[in-house]
Write a protein that binds this ligand. Structure first.
Ligand code: GLC
Length: 792
């Protein structure tokens, strides 16, 4: 399945947990995120990238380049200068491109680069440990030549500090508020003016944090003046300061700050020189503990301990769920990279990437990310759920965003947002049985407070009477499909998908409400659900698929015979997920999806793509045909569809689609993005650039690909009363297994499929005893349990 081209630039390690980039110039910077959930460093295969603390918009630490995805600068550079020849290169290889060998490894929590040039081998490893808000650089140079070498080694980082949008808007002015303080082995950098808004504001605020850079080996020089480092008419390729024996002695404030150390070393033949640098952030206080953090980072053993802790953290976090299918690519994704991508999305939403800029954790996305993380780390998911719960209003509406800094947000007009919260909490409860959470109270944005349970229902309540001419919910300014924002701008347009989604949410919350005895309200919901079911079936079926929406004037969107946008994926997929129709129609609309939207890379969001601006549909029609929601192969929507296929028992189709979406199966020269994580989309067949990937890393695809495999293909799905086992696999999968932690116990489940069926469970044994049905009861201990499932 993997093409030659995807191997041209790299490969996975044997266990799939590392991606090894074998050239300094893959088609784009291929990046990693190094984080403890708060401090986050985006780090490319050559050390490019930036960093921030919690919120990339307001707490920048290391500077982001204006063209980061093209130049991949600034970077965490280790310059090396041969004192005799005067030649300069970097351990990163970038930006000089000078290397006799190169290999970068992206792994869970770290990125390392090994290269050599003219007999000097260098190794640099960047990582962020779990309990420290800093990125640690561990680097070593070895002289493999025949004689001793005199070298100068320089580490360079560039600070941005604080509010990024102001810095990008008025950088020189903003740098007036920079302040730096130098010690023999450290630099501390502060910002004396700061506010957490995207635009200008009068403020009396100071940045609550300060950045620092320190090292384990006393340098010969320390420099914080970025201008003095680069000099005029120069940049990373020829910094002025490297022309002199020693860096200038220049401490600066009121200008751009860098963090530069210089070590002058003599490296005997065969000898290795080793040093560390830490770049981090701490509260802006001159406290004992802050000073100690920096002093500890001047000792080599701190880095060794931090490295061990980093490896252990990710290993432990991912140990609770391990799948083994006959497909190596699927295993590499599910056991390592998909989980890792999911954690990054979970912590930072659709915020910081080489392509995303101003975005931040949005409500809809954050709820889906929590849904993805629940089986891996329910306690972490709970923390996020209890953070998200603070972004609701009394009328049941939710904020568009749920930022990490608890800054107040306004209400969103998208009515689907609170329903994603309902789903996330319902899933959390099935996973944990932690029903007490429902009565926990949280404040409302517009004053007062209400319980988690009330917030789960508030969004549904709002939609009970919200019904258009076809009996469907009003689409307003758009639903899941954000840029379908004009269909209902006049207040009358309706969304078929939203009707299906609401129906699904009601069905999902039904057992919970029944459990709580909230019968009267549930009856009301079920009445609305029945109305939705008949509206969808009687008024939205066009013979082969479901209509997507109705415009303000009642015209259907996404109906057979329309020249553009005649079929949209989500109203097919969610018809199945919600089980709102009969199996015949559901199977038929799935066939229509493959027939009209299927490509070798996954499924288009809609087709044929819009070529003309339609102001009654919205921004979606303004994207180039085949791009973004306008007919791109949209990974997130495709991953929903895997669930739908599996729910219909079409295991072969589900696995086939899963494999089409995998990033490593794509031709890297066309796809360009990283082969180890999902991107938001790749251009669809209506684009001349069919297959070109875009918007790496940050996408709901992470959550849904993971859950689609775990819960629907392998088919181990938590319910209030146990773990349901309902696989839907490719007929060629004769044996597969999963380790699944659930409510403190560990289930080691082996599947046998002797007759190569796609779905169906013949028998299940639990710890050697056959059980009735396909539901493992709730565990009463924290032991390891052995389960055998025979399909048939
Ligand atoms: C992006 C958004 C998500 C939205 C989707 C479709 O992935 O982050 O919230 O649902 O696009 O518009």
């Amino acid at each position: 399945m993997r093409t030659k081209s995807s191997k041209k630039y790299g490969r996975f390690s044997n266990d799939g947990s590392e991606y090894i980039v074998t050239t300094p110039q893959p088609p784009r910077p291929w990046i990693n995120y190094l984080t403890n959930g708060d401090y986050c460093a985006l780090c490319s295969h050559v050390g490019g990238g930036f960093s921030f603390y919690k919120d990339h918009r307001f707490n920048a630490v290391l500077r982001r380049g204006r063209q980061q995805h093209i130049e991949d600068l600034p970077a965490r550079l280790i310059y090396i200068k041969d004192e005799d020849s005067g030649e300069i290169w970097t351990a990163n290889v970038h930006p000089f491109g000078k290397a006799d060998s190169f290999e970068a490894r992206h792994g869970m929590g770290y990125t390392s680069i090994a290269s050599s040039y003219k007999s000097i081998a260098s190794k640099v490893k960047y990582f962020v440990p779990p309990a420290l808000d800093a990125e640690l650089w561990d680097f070593a140079l070895t002289n493999n030549g025949k004689s001793s070498r005199r070298l100068s080694v320089y580490s360079l980082c560039q600070f941005q500090l604080g509010n990024v949008s102001l810095d990008e808007h008025e950088g020189t002015f903003m740098s007036l508020f920079n302040e730096s303080e130098l010690g023999p082995q450290q630099i501390v950098a502060r910002k004396k003016w700061w506010h957490p808004h995207m635009g200008w504001a009068e403020t009396n605020g100071i940045w609550a944090y300060r950045a620092f850079v320190t090292t384990s080996v006393k340098p010969d020089r320390v420099l914080s003046d970025q201008d003095a480092f680069f000099g005029p008419f120069r940049a990373h390729l020829n910094p002025l300061a490297l022309q002199s024996k020693l860096l200038p002695e220049s401490v600066t404030s009121g200008r751009e700050l860098a963090g530069v150390f210089q070590w002058r070393i003599e490296l005997a033949k065969g000898a290795t020189w080793h040093a560390h640098v830490a770049v981090g952030v701490q509260s802006n206080e001159d406290s004992e503990s802050n000073r100690k953090t920096i002093l500890d980072l001047q000792k080599a053993e701190t880095y060794d301990l931090a490295w061990t802790a980093t490896r252990q953290y990710w290993k432990d976090l991912f140990a609770g769920i391990v799948v083994k299918t006959p497909d190596k690519d699927i295993n590499a994704m599910i056991n390592s990279w998909n989980k890792y991508q999911l954690m990054i999305n979970f912590h930072f939403g659709r915020g910081p990437s080489y392509y995303h800029k101003g975005q931040y954790p949005a409500m809809r996305d954050s709820c889906q990310d929590a849904f993805g993380v629940i089986p891996i780390a329910p306690e972490l998911a709970k923390k996020n759920i209890m953070r998200i719960v603070g972004f609701f209003f009394r009328d049941g509406s939710a904020c568009g965003g749920c930022n990490r800094m608890a800054l107040p947000e306004g209400p969103s007009e998208k009515v689907d947002l609170p329903l994603w919260f309902t789903l996330a909490v319902a899933d959390y409860l099935r996973e944990t049985g932690d029903y007490a959470i429902l009565d926990e109270s949280a404040s409302l944005m517009d004053g007062g407070s209400s319980t988690v349970y009330q917030k789960m229902l508030g969004g549904i309540d709002r939609m009970l009477t919200d019904s258009g001419e076809h009996g469907l919910p009003l689409i307003g300014k758009g639903d899941w499909s954000d840029p379908a924002n004009m269909i209902g701008a006049g207040g009358k347009g309706e969304s078929v998908w939203l009707g299906q989604f609401l129906y699904y949410v009601i069905m999902e919350i039904k057992p919970l409400m029944a459990r709580r005895g909230d019968q009267e309200r549930l009856d009301q919901y079920l009445k609305r659900a029945a109305e939705l079911r008949s509206a969808v079936n009687e008024r939205c079926w066009d013979g082969e698929w479901f209509v997507r929406a109705f415009k303000d004037d009642g015209t259907p969107v996404g109906v057979k015979g329309q020249e553009e946008g005649s079929i949209w994926i989500n109203s097919q997929t969610w018809a199945v997920i919600s089980r709102i129709s009969d199996p015949e129609r559901l199977n038929k609309c799935m066939d229509s999806v493959e027939k009209h939207l299927g490509t070798k890379y996954g499924l288009m969001n809609l087709g044929p793509a819009y070529t003309k601006i339609d102001t009654t549909i919205g921004t979606i029609t303004r994207f180039p045909p085949g791009w973004k929601e306008n007919g791109a192969v949209f990974s997130h929507a495709s991953s929903f569809n895997i669930v739908a296929k599996a729910m219909l028992g079409r295991g072969g189709d589900a696995v086939d689609l899963f494999k089409r979406i995998l990033p490593m199966g794509k031709d890297s020269d066309t796809y360009l993005m990283e082969p180890y994580v999902y991107s938001q989309f790749c251009a669809g067949p209506d684009s001349k650039e069919f297959g070109r990937g875009a918007y790496h890393w940050l996408s709901g695809t992470g959550a849904w690909m993971f859950r689609s495999m775990l819960d629907y293909i392998i088919g181990v799905h938590p319910e209030h009363d146990g773990l349901r086992i309902q696989p839907a696999v490719a007929p060629s999968w004769k044996q597969f297994s999963v380790v699944r932690k659930f409510r403190g116990a560990t289930y080691r489940i082996e599947f046998n499929n002797p007759n190569g069926v796609e779905t169906g469970v013949k028998d299940v044994t639990l710890d050697g005893r056959k059980i009735a049905g396909n539901m493992l009861p709730l565990p009463s201990d924290t032991d390891i349990h052995f389960v055998t499932v025979t399909m048939g």
